[in-house]
Design a protein around this ligand. Structure first.
Ligand code: GUE
Length: 284
């Protein structure tokens, strides 16, 4: 038996079609939707991701505003781009592509984003709302993971979920999201200090691998029939490598591959956050 594919690529395309209709409806009411990006430096991966985000915007009818700053940009220059997007009414939401080049204070930049325009949900105010279980923009990757599980009817309520990785953009935020009453999962959050990783993954109904360690999760670490989602992004000899080994397909019940799984869902949720913020402001 091989695992059912959690096809993030096809699901994200369906979501973009839905969003396109909602963007048209907003425009008919005179409400524009614009996504900004701030990219610093010349990392080829980051450039590729930002390009994909702008292509998605064009498809859905969202205006895009783009700031590309050189690798030697100063903290002030980055913060000036952020201030401009905060002040520009054509920009209804934006992101600062992470990681920023060494020497820049990432947290200080994130804190200067207007929380109402925070399309990534990474401003401390919005992360605080997540901790407090109040409404607000959610980090795109965790939101995409929950949406993917929901659309493929993977049971989440009451499930044992083991998340590997404690980063803010994925692991830690996902733990907070999945333990809300509306998701109701039991979460084990593993990290580099975890003593027996396999013991934690083997008991899980759902494993989310977001450690950035190529091939970390192998077939022997997975309970038969479990859902395994590969969120690892590493480059091995210039090629994209996930955290999940190929043999996992033979034991898992569902697999979200990388590429083609959670990545496209992350981009779709970025658009969803921008559209939802515009809809909320149109209601106000
Ligand atoms: N402020 C900020 N927000 C982010 O959301 C953010 C970020 N910084 N920095 C980097 C990570 C990484 N990330 C991905 C998004 C989409 C794909 C994606 O769509 N991947 C496709 C194509 C992969 C390929 O072919 O290269 C796939 O998985 O099928 C991957 C990775 C967002 N990130």
């Amino acid at each position: 038996m091989t695992a059912q594919l959690l096809d993030g690529k096809a699901t994200a395309a369906e979501i973009r079609t839905d969003l396109k209709g909602r963007v048209e409806a907003l425009r008919e009411r005179g409400v524009g939707v614009g996504l900004g990006t701030v990219l610093v430096g010349d990392d080829p991966g980051s450039h590729a991701y930002v390009n994909m985000k702008h292509r998605d915007c064009a498809e859905v009818g969202i205006e895009s505003l783009r700031y590309d700053l050189p690798a030697d940009a100063s903290q002030d220059e980055v913060e000036r781009a952020v201030a401009e997007l905060n002040g520009n009414p054509a920009c209804t939401g934006y992101i600062v592509q992470l990681p920023l080049p060494k020497g820049l204070d990432e947290q200080r930049v994130l804190e200067r984003i207007d929380p109402a325009k925070d399309a990534d949900g990474l401003h401390p105010t919005n992360l605080g709302r997540l901790v407090l279980m109040q409404p607000g923009p959610l980090p795109c990757t965790p939101k995409g993971i929950v949406e993917l599980l929901r659309r493929f009817d993977v049971p989440v309520a009451g499930a044992e979920v083991t998340v590997v990785g404690r980063g803010i953009t994925v692991g830690r935020s996902l733990g907070l999201l999945l333990t809300r009453r509306t998701e109701n999962a039991t979460v084990t959050l593993c990290h580099t200090g975890t003593r027996n990783l396999a013991a934690h993954t083997r008991k899980a109904d759902i494993v989310v691998a977001a450690a950035g360690v190529p091939g970390l999760i192998t077939a022997g670490m997975v309970k038969p029939g479990a859902a395994v989602l590969d969120v690892g992004v590493s480059r091995v000899d210039g090629k994209l490598a996930g955290d999940v080994a190929a043999d996992v397909r033979e034991v898992a019940g569902w697999v979200a591959p990388n590429p083609g799984g959670v990545g496209p869902m992350t981009r779709a949720m970025l658009l969803a956050n921008v559209v939802e913020a515009a809809e909320a402001s149109a209601r106000a």
